[in-house]
Design a protein around this ligand. Structure first.
Ligand code: SF4
Length: 103
C-alpha cells in the first residue's frame, strides 16, 4: 500500500481507513491495476497493449514516476539502472517484463 500512496494512486487517508479489497476494486475499475493479491500483498500495475508499464514514457523510455516508483523497481536490478530509466526496459524487449509491485 505505501507504493500506491507514494504513486498518488491511493490517498493516505483512504489507505488508513478503507479496506484493501475496496481500494483494489476502485483501482481495478479505474484501470490502474490489473490485480491485487491480498495474501501476499502484491499488486500488478496495468500495462499497455505493448506490455510497457503505464508509467513508462514511450518515446524517451524513461520512468515518468521515477522519484515515486514502487519498491520493486528500486530494488531491481541490484545495480543500475541509470537514474530515470526503467529497470524492466531491457527485459521488456525480451517479452518477459511483468513488474509486480509490493504494497
Ligand atoms: S521503473 Fe519501470 S516498471 Fe517501475 S514504475 Fe517506472 S516505468 Fe514502471
Amino acid at each position: 500500500m505505501p507504493d500506491l500512496v507514494r504513486l498518488g494512486l491511493v490517498d493516505p487517508f483512504e489507505a488508513e481507513n478503507e479496506a484493501p479489497k475496496q481500494i483494489a476494486k476502485r483501482l481495478e475499475k479505474a484501470g490502474l491495476i490489473e490485480r491485487f493479491n491480498f495474501k501476499h500483498g502484491i499488486f500488478t500495475m496495468t500495462r499497455r497493449a505493448s506490455g510497457d508499464c503505464q508509467f513508462l514514457d514511450e518515446k524517451t523510455r524513461r520512468c515518468t514516476v521515477y522519484p515515486q516508483r514502487p519498491d520493486t523497481c528500486r530494488k531491481h536490478p541490484q545495480v543500475g539502472p541509470r537514474p530515470g530509466f526503467c529497470p524492466y526496459g531491457a527485459q521488456r524487449h525480451a517479452g518477459t517484463a511483468r513488474p509486480l509491485h509490493e504494497r
